[in-house]
Design a protein. Structure first.
Length: 388
């Protein structure tokens, strides 16, 4: 069943001025970001004298262009066509803080699906478009395990390893995000149209920084790759040749301060050589999904600590290690009580998807509020305060 759209929370900037700016001929993601870095808001940028656009670094041809009514209609048409279609700008509560910190952060994101998935803890999985049978099996198995533990799997919807990673997450009932090198309405490759639908109806997200209608181009994919790595706490390269674009994603991850992981393979397999090179250069060798989870735990704890905590009231006793929780986290914690419970019980009682419950349990475990027991059971820790 499709996941219901997440209710709006917080203050979101009006898209009107952004849509007009996006409609200007020649206004690609980099130029838009340049313009919005120069002005306090999209509206002020739109109303500014075009000489100011030149001073902001835009070429003269773009400063002479005006908002295109046909493009405005097309963008609005796409946004209005479905409640699951979103334009997410920097400053929006759902804009990922991990991307906001990048030096070349996108000014806007077009998204289809559950927009709050962007705030989920993520691991990226990338690799060859023509993997071996073993590579496909590894990708799906790792994604299934990691998604089952509550991580959202982020990849690029490409043939091969990307597709297997998305499939593995869906097999586990988890969440997955696909980042495109084309417009949000120009799925590439077309063979994955059905997979994209499954991602959306499964509570995940299709994401692009390109204007609707933009066709896939070779130069778009390196920019797409920086988003894949930027969204995640770590990047796992499953199988890749020395010339693979996956090594670009790994390099970008390292530059962004993300952890890089690689699965080793046979010395006779040319698709293992990229992974072996990464390991020689400092990537972490992993043989199981649990290896990766243990390595990522510190980064995930930092992500959890970065969540804005609501201000405590005078009636609340300030615990020595109080951890901010959103309403869904508190609901799962309250349902747990102090008796061990399987995840299935929490899913049924909490009205959440399997992927959402797995993600919440992971974050609660990292915060020290929940412990796992043999047999797939979860229990509140003794230091967790009783529910009111």
């Amino acid at each position: 069943m499709p996941t219901a759209p997440t209710p709006d929370t917080g203050s979101r900037p009006s898209p009107d001025a952004l849509i007009e700016l996006l409609s200007v001929r020649g206004m690609g993601p980099r130029r838009l970001d340049c313009l919005l870095s120069h002005f306090p808001s999209a509206r002020e940028a739109l109303d500014a004298p075009r000489a100011e656009w030149l001073r902001a670094g835009l070429p003269e041809a773009v400063t002479r262009a005006r908002p295109d009514p046909e493009r405005i209609t097309a963008i609005r048409g796409w946004l209005d066509a479905d409640a699951a279609h979103h334009l997410i700008a920097r400053g929006d509560p759902d804009f990922p803080p991990a991307l906001d910190d990048l030096p070349d952060a996108p000014a806007v994101l077009f998204a289809r699906g559950r927009r709050s998935a962007l705030r989920d803890p993520q691991v990226a999985m990338v690799g060859s478009r023509t993997p071996t049978t073993g590579g496909r099996q590894n990708a799906r198995a790792f994604a299934r395990h990691l998604a089952g533990q509550g991580l959202t799997i982020t990849s690029g919807l490409a043939l091969g390893i990307d597709g297997e990673a998305h499939q593995g997450a869906l097999d586990a009932g988890g969440t997955t995000i696909a980042v495109l090198g084309s417009g949000i309405d120009r799925l590439y490759p077309p063979e994955h149209a059905e997979l994209a639908e499954r991602i959306v109806t499964g509570g995940g997200l299709i994401l692009s920084e390109w204007l609707p209608g933009t066709e896939p181009r070779r130069g778009h994919f390196p920019r797409r790759n920086r988003l894949i790595s930027g969204l995640a706490s770590g990047v796992l390269v499953v199988e890749a040749s020395i010339q693979s674009g996956s090594l670009i994603t790994a390099r970008l991850a390292g530059e962004q301060g993300r952890d890089v992981f690689a699965i080793p393979g046979s010395i006779h397999n040319p698709l293992a050589r990229g992974c072996h090179r990464l390991i020689r250069e400092g990537a972490k060798l992993v043989e199981t999904g649990q290896d990766l989870l243990e390595e990522l735990a510190p980064a995930l704890r930092r992500q959890l600590a970065a969540i804005d905590a609501p201000a405590a009231t005078d009636d609340e006793a300030p615990g020595p290690a109080a951890t901010p929780r959103d309403p869904d986290q508190q609901r799962v914690l309250d349902l747990l009580g102090h008796d061990p419970q399987p995840a299935d019980t929490l899913i049924e009682a909490g009205g959440l998807t399997a992927g959402e419950v797995s993600s919440i349990l992971l974050m609660l475990e990292l915060a020290g509020d929940v412990s796992t027991l043999p047999g797939g059971l979860y229990v509140r820790t003794s230091q967790t305060a009783d529910p009111a």
